[in-house]
Design a protein around this ligand. Sequence first.
Ligand SMILES: Nc1ncnc2c1ncn2[C@@H]1O[C@H](COP(=O)(O)OP(=O)(O)O)[C@@H](O)[C@H]1O
Ligand SMILES: [Mg+2]
Length: 323
Amino acid sequence: MRSAAMRKADQILRAVAAKEVTLTLIGESGSGKEVLARRAHEISERRKGPFIPINCAAIPEALFESELFGHERGAFTGANARGHGKVEAAEKGTLFLDEIGELPMPMQAKLLRFLENRRYMRVGGAMKIEADIRLMFATLRPLEPEVKAGRFRGDLFYRIQGVTLNVPPLRERRVDIAPLLNQFISQLAGKHGVRPPKFSRQAKALLLRYDWPGNVRELRNVVETLCLLRDGRQARVADLPESVRSQAVESGKQMDSVSSSKTTMSLDLDAGLESLIQQIVEAALDREDGNTIKTAARLRISPRTVQRYVATGRVRSPPRSNR
Ligand SMILES: Nc1ncnc2c1ncn2[C@@H]1O[C@H](COP(=O)(O)OP(=O)(O)O)[C@@H](O)[C@H]1O
Ligand SMILES: [Mg+2]
């Protein structure tokens, strides 16, 4: 991918994938943590073994132990047969514990015990079983504050601390949007046997400047829907999901330049201009280290205009700014 952040992530990944270090990926939902974990697995010594994901936020607490470690027949009501746990399924491969920060406290204790000697017992079992697996973790939020807040065990945190990889949200690495868009268009049109949609200039501009709160997953879903609905015909602004279009309307309103009676077409032209202005102001702010006075002088506009852009969050000013 194009962004410096993702190229760096890839570098770290390559450097550590072959080692047996524990990998923890931090990033918003849909940002691509599981994709990266899989890639790390696929270039590791364990690539011939399985890659088993388990989402800690999605499993009811009462079922967790059996989900992870399996159970013997008759271990609990309804356990009519022996059940394999994910740890067993991941033997000689990688177990990917997603949303580890959501693991209930009692399970944190059990996971810690397992990690200390890599041995576990099935629920209702008496035999210690040794596991040969590599662990990777993902979390939406950094875990240190969770430890401080008493929601995550400190000893478990230190035990799983290995190499940490930050996966930035898509809106913080906009240069990745276009290549992902193109990749998904051909990939998903192929998957569904349809002709790839062609995007109108305005539609494409909106996709490039949208904030993508659902990150790469949301982008993929939008492209998939358009592939199916347009089947080779042009995808225009009107064909984009409401979420994408309404964000454009909002920033248009901030500019005070769009009356509600205007057509979608002129509205999108305004949105394109707004986006261009934002980029210019942001780049200038970056050069001037966040100093709004110097930025205004550079752009020959009033400092108030620059300050308004910053105050309304339409441009990001660089960190360590001295405004
Ligand atoms: N670099 C990427 N290339 C292609 N598809 C990606 C990439 N990153 C994420 N995706 C897609 O986006 C969706 C969400 O990715 P995922 O790894 O599950 O995110 P997370 O684990 O952070 O929630 C998946 O459909 C995945 O295929
Ligand atoms: Mg995920």
